[in-house]
Design a protein around this ligand. Structure first.
Ligand code: GLN
Length: 500
């Protein structure tokens, strides 16, 4: 609706708004923009912001918002940033986040909290607001979502391990897309939970997501988890073989029912106790809208959904404890100055411990400790192994509700279904249980913070694509609805999302 953000207008807006919003950890200047040549391409002169856990060759740090890495500059740039720059985009800065991606409110950051650009309509104007009345932008990619919402960039990259792109997008009233695991290279993304981490895209509208995604979703020999060209071709062939969708596409654009033929599933299990009335209302409104556009809206069951959150927090922390072992003060980042003499082993290990105790924040330390515990021989059979099993059940459950088979479980050659099988094409459910909470509420129960992720972690465990779309407000604060689709069915997901 509003004019696209240009590089110059982005920097002017950053100068005006970033001091209050704290969305950027660092950004370039007007002079730097003037001196850089941009490539010709579909993203020509798009100002983009990059989360502080994705490497860039900007002189500013890829700090992950951690003291442990506050001066760390990467010798190389993430492949996805190379792709976007190759298409003409200009990286305007690195965005604020929860330390190493661990959090849901962008409050665990060495830069301090980022602030949501939206203010409740019933409250005082921002400048008269007490600091504790400010709303969180969500996390962990809070800076990226706030930057897009405030017009400080046209698109932003975030990372999403269990919802970190979708939740802040919902709370800031913008679009947040988590593609299928493997569609976008992660070379240059600092690892949190490697089996879950993906790079996602935050923009104001779905069309802009599509522009960025078509440039970003390419094979990369530097990331062995990035889909190869043959796998991409297989997935596309499978998706295009769906007669019930491809047939309607031809006549769809001109008719009043542009989504005819698409079946939308409403998973009952997302109607959780914590769901607020406004979130429920927007869910109903979204379902009615898709029905009016020609979709067949049906109820589906995903009975293992309640187990997703504990399984996610077990697996993500276990992987984090292993991934973060590399921050030992020797290979990267800050090193403790005590004890000064490390010739004997006792002192050397004390220095290692001090380095980690002094430089990791409390939340990161908590997760490393618990992650180490759940993988210990005594605890793994009670926590780690059952969580892996739950993950498998959740994946199988999604495979059962989607009409499209999972390309990973199909044998070659493909034998696509000829008539519409039972099952749905997309799922519709809320992104969060309500609108953005106050920053001042941040010290309430720790578990309550984790509960925010109830809606987002199942898609992460299954590696399937999901997108959060803004749908209305409550008391002036945005609400988001989520669409999810079968593994590899990103294009259909985006097509439906355009209409929501
Ligand atoms: N809030 C979740 C966590 O803290 C998700 C974070 C993320 O996706 N990076 O783990």
């Amino acid at each position: 609706t509003s004019a696209p953000v240009t590089a110059i207008s982005a920097l002017e807006t950053i100068a005006k708004r970033n001091p209050a919003l704290n969305a950027f950890a660092s950004h370039i200047t007007l002079a730097e923009i003037g001196s850089s040549e941009t490539s010709d391409g579909p993203l020509k002169e798009w100002p983009i912001a990059v989360k502080a856990n994705i490497t860039t060759t900007l002189p500013s740090a890829t700090s992950c918002a951690s003291r442990a890495l506050d001066t760390y500059t990467s010798p190389y740039q993430a492949s996805v940033v190379d792709s976007l720059e190759g298409a003409g985009a200009v990286v305007v800065g690195k965005t604020n986040m929860d330390e190493f991606g661990m959090g849901s409110k962008n409050m665990f950051s060495m830069y301090g909290a980022a602030i949501n650009p939206h203010t409740p309509s019933s409250g005082a104007k921002r400048k008269d607001m007490a600091e504790s009345d400010h709303r969180t932008p969500g996390g962990s990619s809070g800076g990226s979502a706030a930057a897009v919402a405030a017009g400080m960039c046209r698109a932003a990259l975030g990372s999403d391990t269990g919802g970190s792109v979708r939740l802040p997008a919902a709370w800031c009233g913008v679009v947040g897309f988590k593609p299928t695991f493997g569609r976008i290279s992660r070379h240059g993304l600092v690892a949190y939970g490697s089996s879950l981490d993906i790079i996602g895209i935050i923009t104001r509208n779905v069309a802009d997501v599509q522009s960025v995604f078509s440039v970003a979703a390419v094979p990369d020999p530097l990331d062995m988890t990035c889909m190869s060209s043959p796998l991409r071709a297989r997935i596309k062939a499978l998706a295009d073989s769906r007669s019930w969708i491809t047939q309607v596409r031809g006549r769809s654009e001109t008719e009043s029912a542009p989504l005819a033929g698409i079946r939308v599933g409403i998973p009952e299990e997302y109607w959780v106790n914590e769901l607020s009335v406004p979130a429920l209302e927007s869910w109903k409104a979204g379902a009615s809208r898709l029905a009016a556009l020609g979709c067949d809206v049906v109820s589906v069951a995903l009975p293992h959904t309640p187990s997703a959150l504990p399984a996610y927090y077990t697996l993500a922390w276990a992987e984090a404890s292993s991934n973060l072992a590399r921050y030992d003060g020797i290979r990267y980042g800050r090193r403790s100055t005590t004890p000064p003499d490390t010739r004997d082993l006792q002192n050397a290990s004390q220095k290692y411990a001090n380095t980690r105790s002094e430089n990791f924040g409390a939340e990161v330390q908590r997760r490393i400790l618990l992650g180490t515990y759940v993988m210990s021989s005594a605890a793994s059979e009670h926590y780690f192994t059952p969580s892996q099993k739950i993950r498998r059940l959740i994946q199988e459950e999604f495979d059962r509700v989607f009409a499209l088979p999972n390309a990973l479980s199909m044998t070659n050659p493909l034998t696509p279904p000829t008539s519409r099988p039972p099952g749905v094409d997309v799922l519709l459910f809320p992104t969060a249980t309500g609108a953005a909470p106050r920053l001042g509420d941040q010290e309430d129960s720790r578990v309550a913070n984790y509960v925010n992720d109830v809606m987002t972690v199942p898609a992460s465990l299954a590696g399937i694509p999901a997108i959060s779309i803004p749908v209305g407000h409550t008391d002036g604060m945005p609400l988001g609805l989520q669409l999810a689709a079968q593994y590899g069915d990103d294009e259909l997901l985006l097509r439906v999302a355009c209409h929501l």
